[in-house]
Design a protein around this ligand. Structure first.
Ligand code: EPU
Length: 341
């Protein structure tokens, strides 16, 4: 375990803004979690848990509390039969390293989630997804440290309230209660994906006449598509998609259609609007706003080019939301979470 004091949140998050955190503790063993919570309690300070900071934004005032960086690592195979393999990975594992571990063994289930930044433990929190799949489809359970009881328990998928970019870990009364310690997933030894694929993936497949849909090859294609469109947080500051797409019930979808907005319909009539399209239609794609830039390749992504403060983000975000609201009547919801006391 490593403890440091007065560390800038900008150094801990991929968006690279945010003032000083009073304490930062790196956890490498489960026992240290308990210690960190006891330490915070003694000091009368709040706790914030983070992985690689790929979906987290800091405020200029910083955080007068204890930030726990989850560095628990390790991957093991816990069960196997003819058709499936069940894996348990520690929450601090890098997500993409975990994906690679599975595709290298020919396992199918999370191959389209290749190259998503962040940790394995953060994956269920916002139910990460890409190219028509999300992690809820393969999750079995998570092991958590319950900060109320200070005990380790297992939460099965059925008790996680998983939906689009959401779970009981980021929405509702349990936010902040559980620290995810490990994640268990059941993956398939057979290919689980077949044509037609998600639009942007299908486009790539058609253009390159791809016929090999093995997990390794899908990982390869998704990695190429993403590298072309989405900034690598190692080199470019951003939090990936800064806004969520908009999910509509049938009536709302009918209304959107009447307004001429392109949408993806589900069989039950509900639908999805790509917020990136809305932003693009407002003429904001590629635009520079208060030290940020709306990505020229994917309008949902906000890149931090030169901003050093949350105040600048606040202004850039307000301008984008205002324009979309004025033109289309939709309020864009932010995707990354903000460190709060
Ligand atoms: N589109 C535009 N203009 C844009 C961007 C998108 O018109 O600038 C429209 C196009 O019609 C395009 C469609 O939106 O075909 C879908 O775009 P894309 O496949 O790039 O995905 P997205 O909806 O912008 C979502 C996720 C991404 C994920 C991709 C791929 C959210 C908030 N974002 O973006 O996730 O990688 O799908 O599946 O759901 C993230 O969450 O950080 C993230 C990067």
């Amino acid at each position: 375990m490593k403890m440091r004091e007065q560390i800038m949140i900008s150094e801990l998050t991929t968006m690279r803004i945010g003032g000083p955190a009073r304490y930062v503790v790196e956890i490498e063993q489960v026992e240290d979690l308990c210690w960190a919570y006891e330490f915070a309690e003694e000091q009368g300070l709040p706790v914030w848990v983070m992985g690689e900071g790929a979906n987290t934004i800091g405020h200029d005032r910083g955080f007068n509390g204890v930030i726990i960086l989850n560095r628990l690592r390790g991957i093991e195979i816990v069960a196997e039969d003819e058709k499936t393999m069940t894996l348990r990975g520690m929450a601090g594992e890098n997500w993409d390293r975990f994906v690679e571990f599975t595709t290298a063994r020919g396992l199918s289930g999370i191959e389209t989630l290749s190259k998503i930044p962040g940790t394995l433990g953060a994956a269920p929190v916002q139910n990460i997804g890409a190219y028509g799949r999300d992690v809820s489809q393969v999750l079995e359970s998570v092991e958590v440290f319950d900060t109320k009881t200070r005990e380790i328990t297992i939460i099965p998928k059925s008790k996680m309230n998983l939906s689009y970019r959401s779970s009981r870990f980021n929405k509702g009364g349990d936010v902040g209660r559980f620290v995810i310690v490990s994640v268990t997933m059941k993956l398939s030894k057979e290919q689980t994906l077949s044509a037609p694929f998600y639009a942007s993936l299908q486009r790539y497949i058609d253009e390159h006449n791809v016929t090999d849909f093995s997990p390794q090859n899908i990982r390869q294609m998704v990695s190429t598509i993403r590298a072309d469109k989405l900034p690598d947080p190692q080199f470019v500051a951003s939090s990936g998609s800064f806004f969520k797409n908009i999910y509509l019930n049938k009536n709302e979808a009918d209304e959107a259609e009447q307004k001429g907005i392109p949408l993806w319909r589900n069989e039950d009539g509900s639908g999805k609007i790509n917020s990136g399209w809305l932003i693009e239609q407002c003429g904001l794609k590629g635009k520079q706003l208060f030290g940020f830039r709306v990505s020229e390749k994917a309008a949902l992504v906000l890149i931090n080019e030169s901003a050093t403060s949350y105040a600048e983000l606040d202004k850039a975000r307000a301008e984008i939301r205002q324009k979309v609201l004025e033109k289309f009547g939709y309020e864009l919801q932010q995707e990354p979470v903000e460190i709060s006391e």
